[in-house]
Design a protein around this ligand. Sequence first.
Ligand SMILES: Nc1ncnc2c1ncn2[C@@H]1O[C@H](COP(=O)(O)OP(=O)(O)O)[C@@H](O)[C@H]1O
Ligand SMILES: [Mg+2]
Length: 336
Amino acid sequence: MTEPLIQIRDLRTYLYTRRGVVKAVDGISFDIHEGEIVGLVGESGSGKTMTSLSILQLVPQPAGRIVGGSIMFEGEDLLTLPESRLQEIRGERISMILQDPLTALNPVYSIGNQVAEPFQFHPKEDGRGATIRNRVVEVLQRVGIPAAETRVKDFPHQFSGGMRQRVCAAIAIAPRPRLLIADEPTTALDVTIQAQFLRLLKQLQQEFNLAVLYITHDLGVVARLCNRVVVMYAGKIVETGDVTRIYKQPAHPYTQGLMQSVPRLGMKRERLFQIQGQPPDFLDLPQGCPFWPRCPQAQDVCKVEEPPVAAVGTAGTVRCWFPDLTGATQPVSSAV
Ligand SMILES: Nc1ncnc2c1ncn2[C@@H]1O[C@H](COP(=O)(O)OP(=O)(O)O)[C@@H](O)[C@H]1O
Ligand SMILES: [Mg+2]
């Protein structure tokens, strides 16, 4: 297998709050290869956004600090680079669609101006005005904005939610990044628009061999979109694996719980399974495995000692004392 595009090792991002230290990202490691869509999943508050902000080193200040680890990207450790080099990488090599794309656009600038920004910002993309305009129209067409030629002059409020989402995608892909980080990009969209947006991401992946880190709590979306899944709980990775194996044979009780809460066709929403108990309080984590108070399979050892990491499936991992490892021995054949 080729060298990963990005290699995250033992990343630790802490938030120093008045109530105490929140270990929002607590020693996580995973890779993303060229052209791969990796889903980062977990309930709200598990550390997904802090992970993505750490990659770009945009953790909230003054509370946030990356206190350890390395992030190797195209031969450089992002955590040791000067701000000037990071600025080049952000946008040009790695770009991000934020959690709330509907407010990410500036209401006082035309769509064309906002999509043009990366072209003007990065000198190698520079050209005469007409050239930049052509490229803006081209990228808007690429993300499926109808009548892009005339719509460049319009302002964000003249676009529907789905179209604004596409504009955000256009801004993110305009500089032809190698890695796109999308943090819950479809939460505010209705299901039809969401499906269109997912198709767009798939096309971009295939066309530009774009790698995507797709953050979501929606496992239905992950099944449709992702090649591989990373599951977070309380700032740690509890399971990784290819999407087929994770859906058929989740090894961690938490992943199993998440799977059971995925709505299936024809199922009534109110009958949806919920993982018992509350998401953990980072400032008052239990001893041992952070999931044990909610785990239907917890035993005495889980309450005192941190669980070990075991291999499961093809290049998968699970952090649990009593994982379901059937996925490791039975080859999974059919797709989800
Ligand atoms: N600016 C902040 N200051 C202090 N704590 C924060 C801040 N932002 C997030 N947190 C805490 O960090 C933890 C992880 O948050 P986050 O990465 O946003 O989770 P997710 O994206 O999975 O919902 C949560 O417990 C959250 O309360
Ligand atoms: Mg988040």
